[in-house]
Design a protein around this ligand. Structure first.
Ligand code: FAD
Length: 286
């Protein structure tokens, strides 16, 4: 099924993200975790694309396993900055063969030392190529706090509009920990004429070092209320996990109460975290 059709139903949905293994020996454990999460019957599941594209095979394989064995609609991520047009064509062909209809089209982070290929500069160019290549449902990334490389949010929103005009059907946000940032962003992009569905990306933080690193890289702000959790429970992994799941649950409840219906959980290959969140929302997302 195409994700745009799922989102068009305008009811609360939850989806989960997994990332592929970096090496063959981890493949089975990642596949097992992904299939465990699929048992929660999410609206769809995304499979990220390893930076550099060296593990693209695993992205396609895990996405295909989710479809065939997990009976869940998959979306395969695809990045372009380290890729050639030829390689993109190859991956699109594989996705077609495996009947994977949904792609999250991304630029990818620029590697230290600069891009290793020069066919693509921005995600909008990839979106354009995917659109020409077949009947895919295309998602893209958006940044309620602005992308780290952007001079300001207004510029970023202009480039988001380019991605939508190139053919993207919906957007998924970078994680955020203050819902007001998303509400403000939604107001601004709607005002700019961007009308595609926005899926809110929520990260349940279960590990302090991981979140500090991610926030440094992405520029995501940590609200005082959230920092208090890190300070109080950061040294106690079990308590931190419980607090992180509770915070993410509260964020999701508030989003749905405010009619943000598409919720995407960065579940980081952790079935227990995904399950707990699903249980916490059992009557809110039916
Ligand atoms: P773009 O939309 O191309 O934007 C990149 C920068 O260029 C922005 O600052 C933008 O404002 C600017 N820009 C865009 N168009 C133009 C233009 N025409 N002229 C000048 N400037 C322009 N990374 C991975 O490696 N694998 C993944 O699976 C992955 N999944 C992700 C999923 C989500 C939901 C999100 C939010 C991010 C994900 N990322 C992933 C990270 C992403 O690749 C990085 O954030 C990357 O730096 C930007 O990708 P983009 O697709 O948003 O790029």
């Amino acid at each position: 099924m195409k994700i745009k059709e799922i989102l068009a139903e305008k009811r609360p949905t939850i989806s989960f993200e997994v990332f592929p293994p970096k090496t063959e020996d981890k493949y089975e454990s990642v596949k097992e975790a992904a299939l465990e999460i699929a048992k929660l019957k999410p609206a769809f599941m995304s499979v990220t694309y390893g930076a550099g594209g060296g593990t693209s095979r695993y992205t396609v394989d895990i996405a295909s396993t989710l479809k065939e064995q997990g009976h869940v609609t998959p979306i395969a991520h695809l990045t372009c900055v380290s890729s050639t047009k030829e390689k993109v064509k190859e991956v699109l062909q594989e996705l077609k063969e495996k009947k994977i209809e949904n792609i999250l089209a991304l630029r990818g982070d620029i590697p230290e030392g600069g891009p290793i290929a020069h066919d693509y500069r921005y995600a909008s160019e990839l979106i354009y190529d995917i659109k020409q290549a077949g009947d895919f449902c295309i998602g893209a990334a958006c940044y309620p706090e602005g992308h780290v490389e952007s001079a300001n949010k207004s510029v970023d929103i202009e480039y988001l509009k380019e991605k939508v005009e190139a053919g993207c059907d919906f957007v998924t946000t970078q994680m955020f920990f203050d819902n007001n940032i998303l509400y403000n962003y939604l107001y601004r992009i709607r005002e700019r004429g961007i009308t595609v569905p926005v899926v809110a990306g929520i990260m349940p933080v279960t590990n302090v070092s991981q979140i500090k690193r991610i926030c440094q890289m992405s520029g995501t702000a940590l609200p005082v209320r959230f920092r208090a959790l890190l300070d109080r429970f950061g040294d106690d992994p079990a308590a931190m996990k419980q607090a992180g799941i509770a915070y993410a649950t509260e964020q999701i409840v508030d989003l749905i109460a405010n009619h943000v219906n598409g919720i995407h959980v960065y579940s980081m290959n952790k079935p227990d975290v995904a399950r707990k969140i699903r249980e916490n929302l059992s009557e809110i997302i039916r």
